[in-house]
Ligand binder design. Sequence first.
Ligand SMILES: *[C@@H]1O[C@H](CO)[C@@H](O)[C@H](O)[C@H]1NC(C)=O
Ligand SMILES: *[C@@H]1O[C@H](CO)[C@@H](O)[C@H](O)[C@H]1NC(C)=O
Length: 382
Amino acid sequence: TVYVQRSYFISDVASSLLYLLSAGLTLLSSFLRTSFPNFERSKQSVTIGSTNQQTVSLHITKINHKMLKTSTLIHHTTNVSPSPSTSSSSSSALFTSGSFSLESWRKLSSNLEARRQLMKNMCAKYKSSISKTITRDHVKQIYVEDKYKLLYCEVPKAGCSNWKRTLMVLAGQASNARSITHDTVHYNNHLNRLDSFDHKEIMHRLQTYTKVVFVREPLERLVSAYRDKFENPNNHYHNLFGKPIISKYRVNPSQEALRTGNGVTFKEFVQYLLDVHRPVGMDIHWELANQLCHPCLIDYDFIGKFENMEEESNLFLRITGAPRNLTLPSFKDRNPKDKKTSSQITEKYFTQVSKGQRQRVYDFYYMDYLMFNYSKPFKDIY
Ligand SMILES: *[C@@H]1O[C@H](CO)[C@@H](O)[C@H](O)[C@H]1NC(C)=O
Ligand SMILES: *[C@@H]1O[C@H](CO)[C@@H](O)[C@H](O)[C@H]1NC(C)=O
């Protein structure tokens, strides 16, 4: 079976390329072993576990050292044999860009370690204000994948649909993440949430599973949520949020606007967000990632960033022993015609509000900025 597994990975790739790939994986796992103890376990139980493989790994390690020293860039295009089969392209799943380098792995894993360290420091600094007991409420955003022992904390507007697709494939609900429709992902996904378990089962999973969260630049996430929920037809949000927002902040609103809740402006949305007496509560789409995933209570093994989502997710999938042909899909399925919210688009939306409001929105999301190491979004604020 070892050979079957391996040949599925290797077949049709020049053997030297195999060695280089394995070299990378071995190297990578050694980088991450210390910081992600769970990966080692899941890797052993899911992929490796044969002396044969270990021999290969040992052999590879020597090559690693040499490669590391010289920081060689390996380009797939130049190494792949002239007639790669379809299965060989899936073997390069980690390297979706078509090329990879040990240097970029090293950089990424040290970034990941730095993120965790920063989180630890910040949590120690602010610990007095944070409760110590984990309740069901703290874990309601967390999805459970029991087969691969993963816990994924969902931060909406930070790539969660594609992550949920991936979890569905891991759970065996679909063979291909790309074939899962948006509605299925959000309304019929059969994924378990951690708060559906009893306390003992929750704690067991928190202690033994690999925990991952993906975050996004807070203001980009906010603008993305506004565009998604208020610029497009959405009866639920327009009723629940649109109506009270228009009725509280718009001067001389039309009967039509009051009746439908359509057409909330970004400025009105920001007024609502900053209002200490909001006419309607917060929503997960613009709630702080901190408040959704509680990183000071839950020690995430992997803090990923939306900005580098594909590379980081695929790295994560490889180390957790997910099937090698599984990579994170890159759908933008809500309003696919709209351009993905970029920093330029975000800046443009924020020209519609005053400097004071920009400052206060930044202050509002300040903990996310600190804990996830995002830099100040505007020069003219402090
Ligand atoms: C925070 O981000 C900056 C770049 O924006 C980076 O240079 C620095 O190393 C990061 N710090 C941590 C602790 O991740
Ligand atoms: C991955 O491989 C499995 C089994 O070899 C297959 O069933 C599945 O459809 C493949 N998935 C993708 C995304 O190609």
